[in-house]
Write a new protein. Structure first.
Length: 202
C-alpha cells in the first residue's frame, strides 16, 4: 500500500515535532545561543552604604551623586550632626581562583568574600562562559579544577542554579562549609552530567 501525499506530510510534521521537542525541550540546545547576563553588586555593598554615607566600595560616580544630593538638599551627615561614623565591617578575600575550560570555554574570577559573619562566593564582572541547559554551581572536594571530571559530582555542595553565564553574581555559603575541603568551584551541567568550567580556590 502506498502512502498518500497527505500521510507523508503528517508523518513529516510529527517527526519534526519530535525532533524539535528533543532538541529544545530535552537537550536545550537553544541555550547555547542565548547569553544570560547578570550584574550583581558586591554582596556587602548595600550593608556598607546603609548609613546614608558613601562607602569605600561604592563606585565613584555613585558616591559623587550621593554627596551632591545631600549638599543640594542640606542633608546633614552623621558627622555634621555630632555623631561618629558607624564602624564599617572589614571585607576580606578569603580565597580566589580563575576559571579554566573543561568541556566548554570560559574565563573569570571566583572569590570568597567575608565580613567576619557571612561568606559569599562571588563571580567577578570578568566572568564569562558558554551557556547551556541546567547549569549549577558546585563546590567540590578532593579534586582539582583540571582533575578527573568524573569525580566532580562525588562529594560536592550545590549552591544552586547558575544565575547567568556572563557577569558578576553572588552565592551565599552555608556557615558549616569547610573551604579547605571544598576548594574547587565547578559549573556543572546537571542534565548531561558534565563540567563546563572549574576554578581552584587558593
Amino acid at each position: 500500500m502506498t502512502m498518500t501525499r497527505t500521510t507523508w506530510l503528517v508523518v513529516g510534521a510529527v517527526g519534526a515535532a519530535v525532533v524539535a521537542f528533543l532538541a529544545f525541550g530535552v537537550f536545550g540546545i537553544h541555550t547555547a545561543f542565548i547569553d544570560d547576563e547578570v550584574s550583581e553588586a558586591n554582596p556587602f555593598f548595600e550593608a556598607a552604604g546603609a548609613s546614608g554615607l558613601p562607602s569605600d566600595d561604592m563606585p565613584e560616580s555613585k558616591a559623587d551623586e550621593m554627596n551632591d544630593f545631600m549638599a543640594d538638599n542640606d542633608v546633614p551627615t552623621a558627622v555634621e550632626q555630632g555623631e561618629s561614623e558607624p564602624d564599617m565591617p572589614e571585607i576580606t578575600r578569603v580565597v580566589e581562583g580563575q576559571f579554566i575550560d573543561r568541556i566548554h570555554s570560559g574565563e573569570g574570577t571566583a572569590v570568597v568574600l567575608t565580613d567576619g559573619t557571612e561568606r559569599f562566593l562571588r563571580f567577578e564582572e570578568d566572568f564569562a562562559i558558554d551557556n547551556g541547559p541546567d547549569l549549577n554551581v558546585y563546590l567540590v572536594a578532593d579534586v582539582d579544577a583540571d582533575g578527573d571530571a568524573g569525580l566532580f559530582d562525588d562529594d560536592f555542595i550545590d549552591l544552586g542554579d547558575l544565575k547567568g553565564n556572563i557577569g558578576s553574581q553572588n552565592y551565599e555559603l552555608p556557615a558549616d562549609v569547610d573551604l579547605e575541603r571544598y576548594d574547587t568551584v565547578v559549573i556543572w551541567c546537571v542534565r548531561f552530567g558534565v563540567a563546563f568550567n572549574a576554578a581552584d580556590l587558593v
